[in-house]
Design a protein around this ligand. Sequence first.
Ligand SMILES: *Cc1c(COP(=O)(O)O)cnc(C)c1O
Length: 373
Amino acid sequence: MAIDFIDLKAQQARLRPQIDSAIAAVLDHGQYILGPEVKQFESELARFGQAEHVLGCANGTDALLLPMMAWEMPRGAAVFCPSFTYCATVEVIALLGGVPIYVDIDRDTYNMCPDGLSKAIEGVKAEGKYTPWGVITVDLFGQSADYDRLAPIAREHGLKLIADSAQAFGTTLNGKQPLDYADVATTSFFPAKPLGCYGDGGAVLTNNAEHLRIMRSVHMHGSGRDKYDNVRVGLNSRLDSIQAAILLQKLSIFEEEITLRNKIAQRYIDGLKSNTLRVPSVLKGVISTWAQFTIEVPDPDSFGAAMREKGIPTARYYPKPVHKQTAYQDHPIGAGGLANTEDAMTKVIALPMHPYLDEDTQDMIIETAKSTL
Ligand SMILES: *Cc1c(COP(=O)(O)O)cnc(C)c1O
């Protein structure tokens, strides 16, 4: 039996009858755009995410664009972000004419390093070429960033704080969601994310009704009083009714799935701990959603090849961080440098992780990983 890196079929087998009837209900009422499921899902996601408001949108990338467009981020604005992330975090800054300033990660959690952020902001201010505008933190691999330290830095400098929680919707830090610390939090429902749909989807979470009102306009071509009144340049970025219907079913078991992922992660950690292999560290007070279980080994490419030969898939996030990518290599590196990013990228490799990984398979993966080293 082949092992999946992320097994979407197991969850589907569990939910298939409910999902079939949820999709059938959309086909019956025919409101494919902004049907009743969208509103219902937005309110249930808001409840789960401890947010006053949620706006569904077309994907996790647009979920970042919408708040930035609604705030009318000026061209040339400096936005501090990690390089050790998926390209979309940086893409949205560049797309809107901003200047991404790369900030290093904490070497244990892979999330933005607070000291690195301070240094980068001071550096940009001292140089005087760009005006600091905002910070996009990423809750990488399912784990909340260190908002107790990051949020005060953003606040002290008067910067917007956007939590890119595309990989980590549901993560908490001392019982609080990233939105508790940030001006806005975003997520993605790309199928492989912990809460994924069957296509593209995303959402923005906010506690600010006025910001929500403008984002709602932006996500419908900048509409004003009605759709024939266009008051700003916007996007066409809505969450489909069918995807909302599917997500409602998946959200109903999401809490349980987070618990299952945490059990598996703990078993992995207990079984894998050794001198030659580094297991993930979780910040004190954080509950991770374990989008990825990332270990570190001296030679991840040959480790991955050997694992594949023994039937175990692995994936590397991120062997080539954003600042090394052709499209993004010219943006400034913050004053603190990127030493941790450059080190982590040569060692990280992720093992199969999903809520339906049974104990025998976990044990097999643990034993194979250890013997491969
Ligand atoms: C997946 C992801 C996104 C983008 O989400 P899409 O739905 O694919 O547009 C943004 N940021 C991070 C950190 C991601 O992992």
